[in-house]
Design a protein around this ligand. Structure first.
Ligand code: SF4
Ligand code: SF4
Length: 331
């Protein structure tokens, strides 16, 4: 009997999600035994033409990581969707936009102006920019179009499941593979991780006070941490109250606060708003000036509360300035 075919692909990604697959270590041998890896260009010599030659739905499952920024990534997302029975958004970037999604604070023009003209490491500064078409003696060279806005995978094509995390914890990858191989996937649209907040599985939960009284935000290098006490109670901005569990509190165990990579629990529409509200409810401040002074201690609020989820948020991106005859827009 032929084995089910599986694909892995990456879009706007750092490569960490591919490492998460490799982190299965020897368990990957069991996976290879049960499935045929039919497309994984990071690890093996596959070409886009190999997928194009497949019939629609030939891949049983595709794990696609990375956000969607360029025309090539849109094309690949559409191709993988067509060729896959089940498409899984793998990792924060694919799920919620991830760290590359913070670029939605700028548009293409601002990014190109900075990266190719004003950034100090550009030596000649002659303003040369990547072009979608370049004529050379041998013909025309093409580069993918760079879009204004970073999108999540499900803002591009229909997605069946989400494997959250930056990168997804090995335990969740293992459990998802087991569910796929046993044909026991939950209803379509599910996030393949527990639907409870991280605080519920955190070993420091017993020391988290019912009523937090945060007087000042501190950063990990500014204090000597108690290795047992709740980090939020010690003044570190830990986003465990707003973040889905499933990581076995790996960062907390290393004395680092949760930064929210597994995204929100199922009932939350906007992760950053939920995180902000969870933290705000623990402030020991009642009047506006006190609250503002305390929040001044949050370095980079967007990068803190929307680090992994700006494209998936209600805001999606910074509004473009209005131009004459046209309102500012967010698309
Ligand atoms: S989710 Fe994290 S590990 Fe995966 S590609 Fe994005 S930044 Fe890298
Ligand atoms: S706030 Fe952070 S350290 Fe405290 S219980 Fe929740 S996850 Fe653990």
């Amino acid at each position: 009997m032929s084995k089910p075919k599986v694909g892995f692909y990456w879009c706007a990604s750092c490569g960490g999600c591919e490492e998460a697959v490799v982190d299965l270590a020897e368990e990957i041998l069991g996976v290879v035994e049960a499935v045929e890896i039919a497309f994984w260009p990071v690890a093996m010599d596959f070409k886009r033409a190999d997928v194009e030659a497949m019939r629609d739905g030939e891949l049983a499952v595709t794990f696609l990581n990375g956000a969607i920024r360029t025309s090539e990534q849109e094309e690949m997302a559409e191709l993988m969707r067509r060729k896959s029975q089940v498409l899984i958004a793998f990792g924060s970037c694919s799920h919620l936009g991830g760290v590359p999604g913070l670029a939605n604070l700028f548009d293409k023009e601002a990014i190109f102006e900075n990266d190719y003209r004003t950034v100090p490491s550009v030596a000649d500064g002659d303003g040369t920019r990547p072009l979608e078409e370049t004529k050379v003696r041998e013909g025309t060279l093409h580069l993918p179009a760079f879009r204004d806005t970073v999108r999540t995978l499900d803002q591009t094509v229909e997605v069946d499941y989400y494997l959250p995390g930056c990168p997804p914890p090995v335990r969740l990858v293992r459990e998802a593979l087991a569910a796929i191989l046993a044909g026991k996937l939950p209803p379509k649209g599910a996030v393949l991780a527990p639907d409870v907040a991280l605080c519920d599985e955190c070993p420091r939960k017993p020391s988290k006070p019912d009523k937090l009284l945060i007087k000042e935000f501190k950063r990990p290098h500014q204090i000597t941490l108690d290795p047992e006490e709740c980090l939020l109670a010690q003044g570190l901005l830990c986003l465990g109250p707003a973040t889905r569990s499933g990581c076995d509190a790996a960062c907390i165990s290393a004395n680092m606060p949760c930064t929210g990579c597994l995204g929100p629990t199922g009932r939350v529409r906007d992760y950053g708003a939920k995180a902000l509200s969870a933290i705000a409810s623990g402030l020991d401040a009642n009047v506006e000036e006190e609250i503002a002074a305390l929040m001044d201690g949050v370095v980079d609020p967007v990068g803190t509360f929307y680090r992994y989820s700006l494209p998936a948020s209600l805001m999606r991106r910074k509004v473009r300035p209005a131009v004459e005859g046209k309102e500012g827009e967010r698309t």
